[in-house]
Design a protein around this ligand. Structure first.
Ligand code: FDA
Length: 320
């Protein structure tokens, strides 16, 4: 017994050491990820992206719908550099809305304002956005405006508010729980996706501590629900899913008055459970040829990144 006990103790400390090393390696890889060759990033991130074409997105949405999950389709396009590219992305959104309509899919769209031209010309972006929102309205569909880094927060909320005040009811926005300003941004927002936030922001404007972000998420959720907003609870964090369930239960919300959201390729089994328990669950489905920046962000938040990179390196080295 003593022998087994000692063996167990030393195995335990070896295991803790291995986990500490993997955590160190993870942090190093996160920093070095921009130096990882693009084909490797593409292979590792394939679970997060439907594929390069609209057909790929449609195939994935059909599969999700068959499992009782809703979808929101994102045309990847953050690297645009001229107005024609922004118009082309807007054009792709019109194609997405038409396909959703034609195929009877249960899906809406998510747009990034920089992809619609925000950094080139705010007016161009507003025109592109409004055209997509009008097209969606004509098809009884909905447009979610993603939130990007903090340099875009004011302009994004401003465009959302302008559209809402102009009477467009089929548009919603995103707020990030890591931003200290979020509590002040909430009043008046009618349809909100609440997430932690993924961009690297200065500590003066953003909470860095894990628990502080969680606490602000819960506070924001409670405040939005109390104000009667429709909230999309976008998280894979078990603690926040549990808090989300608590808040909607205590507020007595019906199934149509909130939804959970997750990213394609992340915790699909937990998503299945939420659907089985009767909750609406929407999966974020990105597709397109501009996959790189989105992929890097997803890989950087993947706790198993070091393992994936090691396995991929092994496969390439030994051809297996
Ligand atoms: P956390 O990061 O703590 O993850 C909880 C657990 O989920 C992890 O421990 C792990 O098990 C799993 N997990 C999370 N990410 C994973 C990954 N990539 N691979 C594998 N496992 C993973 N952000 C933003 O700034 N603007 C936006 O508009 C959006 N939009 C958006 C839409 C939707 C539908 C979701 C779900 C998320 C976003 N986000 C976002 C991203 C969001 O801000 C946040 O970065 C991620 O959701 C990760 O945070 P979690 O709340 O999941 O917690």
């Amino acid at each position: 017994m003593l022998h087994v006990g000692l063996y167990g103790a030393s195995f335990g400390s070896v295991w803790i050491t291995i986990r500490a090393l993997v955590a160190l390696l993870d942090r190093a890889i996160v920093r070095l990820l921009p130096a990882v060759p693009r084909p490797v990033v593409q292979r590792l991130s394939s679970r997060y992206i439907a594929g390069p074409s609209l057909d790929d997105a449609v195939r994935v949405v059909r599969r999700l719908n068959a499992k009782g999950k809703l979808a929101t389709v994102d045309v990847l396009g953050e690297e645009i550099s001229n107005p024609d590219e922004a118009r082309a992305i807007a054009g792709q959104y019109h194609d997405v809305l038409a396909r959703i309509d034609a195929e009877g899919l249960d899906a809406n769209v998510s747009v990034k304002l920089t992809a619609l031209g925000l950094e080139l010309d705010t007016e161009l972006c507003r025109e592109n956005l409004e055209a997509v929102v009008l097209d969606a309205a004509a098809r009884s569909n909905f447009v979610r405006i993603d939130m990007e880094d903090s340099s875009t927060t004011d302009r994004t909320l401003g465009l959302y508010r302008a559209l809402s005040e102009a009477g467009h009811a089929n548009v919603g926005v995103v707020v990030q729980a890591y931003l200290r300003r979020t509590a002040d941004d909430l009043p008046g927002l009618a349809n909100v996706r609440l997430c932690k936030g993924i961009y690297v922001e200065p500590v003066e404007i953003a909470y860095r501590e894990f628990e502080a972000v969680r606490a602000n998420f819960v506070r924001s959720l409670e405040s939005l629900v109390a104000d009667g907003a429709y909230v999309a609870i976008a998280t894979h964090d078990e603690h926040l899913i549990a808090e989300g369930l608590r808040v909607v239960r205590e507020a007595g919300l019906g199934r149509e008055q909130y939804e959970f959201q997750m990213l394609l390729g992340v915790r699909p089994d937990r998503a299945d459970e939420l659907v089985a328990d009767g909750h609406r669950l929407r999966v974020y489905v990105p597709y397109g040829t501009h996959w790189y920046e989105y992929s890097v962000r997803r890989l950087q938040e993947n706790p198993k990144l070091a393992g994936y990179v090691a396995a991929d390196t092994f496969r390439r080295a030994f051809g297996r």
